[in-house]
Design a protein around this ligand. Structure first.
Ligand code: URA
Length: 177
């Protein structure tokens, strides 16, 4: 299920250039969920192609896999103005599309606060949940959920960077199963 090209389900349509759909392998079973498209993603129509994407690509490559091996998506498919966090209403409007992407997954990785807010209803610090495997329920089916830091939160912080590296190593092990 993908949004209509003229989707008006929330106000983010007002500022978008492109709806940013998932990238990678829809049959992989492993899905990385980011926050929202930024400027580069909005212009190109692909998730994680800007600065955060370069960090993510580097970490995936270091762990021995690439974006073709997983599916990469976001809580909302359109860029919020000035890259602000997506609101609860915007995430709710886009949620049916996200749910249809997650259906059938064996592992969902939540990259940062917005993904964890949307999928876990979690509002606390990432340090308390990063790399602690839990579960979410998507359309009545339980799926393993691994919360972790957003790539942008690792730029000037060795500890969060080490946690995201660890997450990517977990994903690499999952891909070998
Ligand atoms: N940050 C995100 O969360 N998603 C993107 O697609 C790009 C940057």
């Amino acid at each position: 299920m993908i949004p209509d090209p003229n989707c008006h389900l929330c106000g983010l349509c007002a500022g978008r250039t492109n709806i940013v759909l998932p990238d990678g392998d829809p049959s992989s079973g492993i899905i990385l969920v980011g926050e929202a498209p930024g400027e580069n993603e909005d212009l190109e129509g692909r998730p994680f192609v800007g600065r955060s994407g370069k960090i993510l690509d580097g970490m995936m490559s270091q762990a021995g896999f690439g974006r073709r091996d997983v599916l990469i998506t976001n809580t909302v498919k359109c860029r919020p103005p000035s890259n602000r966090d997506p609101t609860a209403e915007e995430m709710a409007a886009c949620r049916p599309f996200l749910d249809s992407e997650l259906e059938g997954a064996s592992l969902v990785v939540g990259l940062g606060k917005s993904a964890c807010r949307d999928l876990l209803g979690y509002e606390g610090p990432m340090a308390a949940i990063a790399n602690r495997m839990t579960e979410i329920s998507i359309n009545g089916r339980k799926i393993r959920f691994l919360p972790t830091y957003h790539p942008a939160a690792t730029i000037y912080n060795k500890a969060t960077r080490a946690e995201l590296v660890k997450t990517m190593e977990t994903v690499a092990r999952e891909l070998k199963k």
